[in-house]
Write a protein that binds this ligand. Structure first.
Ligand code: MRU
Length: 361
């Protein structure tokens, strides 16, 4: 079972443990996040990454962060609301683009408020205990939903594929980016288990190499046929006829179907259209942001230029102090996306209508 092999985020007896993805593929090490500062750092540094996994880690992280600060609680309900609000805001500020982060944190705040409301006649100790246990149930529900929606997306996605197909993926939208089968890699894992014999090409995904370090690791670990290519080889591989579909994840999909995903995804989409290759984006409903009208309204994270200049090299590969531009994501316009695969089914253009219909809005 994939989930036995790869435990991206685990929570047991109040302990939050993540697989530190910055150490892969060389070392498979698990680390405990003990307070809000640990959670913030782990998300910011991409120790835990991928939109759904960030959401699950943030939900448990809010609990861990609050518990670590409870020694400073003033004993009142407003004091608890303040303390927990600060933890939520802090964790929510760790990365801006993946909407699952704010979605999960909002879910945790709502669970807290509902429990406090239901316990308005209780004393502060009892009210806070009720709030904390409601938040724990909420975090577990977010976790469970992620596992279930990955599985459902994998089944839906597999209906778009045939045995033996050549597939291209970008970044890592797999088990490492979620707590289940993954989003875009979900049907690949499921198909692999069912003997589909896919031939997968993984873009290395400059500058943080999620394709090389993570996708190649994850797929080869389960014995799936995976070939690593540099990002600038995608066109050549497509032209050679080896790619019959492109499968990618998403960090935030706007209401009109424009989808922000790892930098470079947009270029792959343009190439796929040019070569007549279907381009599928895998988007759990928790990643659709109906409050964001179009891709232009999505905040794109910009990261440190040293990720380009030096990070994965033994020595600097650019002149010292050279200017850089390092956006972590780009927006693929809706017209380049052949279909959007969600846990509720497959949406086709026009997405402004089909996504709402699937969401039941
Ligand atoms: O910066 P990262 O590694 O968190 O970016 C991850 C991606 O862009 C994934 O493709 C996206 O989160 C969807 S994964 C299920």
């Amino acid at each position: 079972m994939l989930s036995d092999e790869i435990k991206t985020v685990a929570y047991e007896d109040g302990k939050l443990v993540i697989l530190d993805q910055t150490l892969l593929p060389g070392r498979e090490e698990y680390t405990e996040l003990k307070d809000a500062e640990d959670v913030y750092r782990a998300i910011k540094r991409l120790e835990v990454r991928g939109a759904p996994a960030i959401g699950v880690a943030a939900a448990y992280g809010v609990l861990v962060g609050i518990n670590a600060r409870m020694a400073g609680w003033d004993g009142t309900v407003p004091g608890f609301v303040r303390l927990s609000g600060e933890v939520c805001e802090y964790i929510n500020s760790s990365r801006p683009t993946a909407v699952n982060l704010s979605w999960a944190v909002r879910g945790m705040t709502a669970a807290r408020d509902e429990a406090l409301e239901a316990c308005s006649a209780c004393g502060p100790e009892e009210a806070v205990k009720a709030a904390l246990s409601a938040m724990e149930r909420k975090a577990e529900a977010i976790h469970r939903e992620d596992v279930e929606s990955c599985r459902a997306m994998a089944e839906h996605g597999l209906t778009l594929l045939r045995p033996g197909m050549g597939l291209l993926t970008h970044c890592n939208a797999g088990a490492l980016a979620t707590t289940g089968y993954g989003t875009a890699l979900g049907p690949i894992h499921l198909g692999h288990e069912r003997g589909y014999g896919f031939r997968v090409f993984a873009d290395e995904t400059r500058p943080l190499l999620q394709g090389a370090r993570l996708t190649a690791w994850e797929l080869s670990k389960v014995g799936c046929d995976v070939t690593l290519i540099c990002d600038n080889m995608a066109s050549a591989v497509m032209r050679s006829g080896k790619i019959e579909a492109v499968l990618v994840g998403c960090d935030r999909m706007a209401a009109n179907g424009d989808g922000a995903n790892k930098i470079g995804t947009g270029g792959v989409a343009v190439l796929a259209k040019e070569y007549g290759i279907p381009f599928y984006m895998f988007v759990p409903m928790s990643t659709v942001d109906f409050g964001t009208p179009t891709g232009d309204d999505i905040v794109i994270e910009e990261r440190d230029g040293d990720e380009i200049r030096t990070l994965w090299y033994e020595k600097p590969m650019a002149p010292e102090g050279i200017g850089t531009f390092n956006p972590a994501f780009d927006v693929t316009p809706a017209e380049y996306i052949t279909a959007v695969v969600t846990e509720k089914g497959i949406a086709r253009p026009p997405y402004a209508e089909s996504l709402r219909e699937l969401a039941g809005r």
